[in-house]
Design a protein around this ligand. Structure first.
Ligand code: FES
Length: 113
């Protein structure tokens, strides 16, 4: 697999977390500075969908119990989650956002379905 188109860059609002269904559910995030990140959409604690949470700086907060995850290394920054979430390669070219599920930026495992 390679990079897959997931959104037009301009249609993502700063601070937005959007669910994109590829072969895995992916949460595509546009930070306030315009940077785009991509992580697995499933919280490593009790599988809550992360796109329903909140973005704060470079972290996403799970909407169920409040663990936050770093969007660069996927590591939880506080309990109750203790395992990282997968972080995927993401790029913007010609106004289009792409994600490559085969290129993970950390060694976190995808959650079981
Ligand atoms: S399900 Fe995300 S912190 Fe509990």
């Amino acid at each position: 697999m390679a990079y897959q188109r997931v959104a037009a860059y301009d249609e993502l609002a700063p601070g937005e977390a959007r669910l994109v269904e590829l072969t895995e559910p992916v949460c595509v995030v546009k930070l306030d500075d315009g940077t785009v990140k991509a992580v697995h959409n499933t919280c490593s604690h009790q599988r809550y969908p992360l796109h329903e949470g909140w973005i704060d700086d470079n972290e996403i907060e799970c909407g169920l119990h409040g663990s936050t995850f770093d969007l660069d290394d996927g590591k939880p920054q506080g309990l109750p989650a203790v395992r990282p979430i997968p972080v995927y390669a993401c790029k913007v070219e010609d106004g289009i956002v792409y994600v490559d599920l085969d290129t993970k930026l950390n060694d976190a495992s995808e959650p079981r379905h």
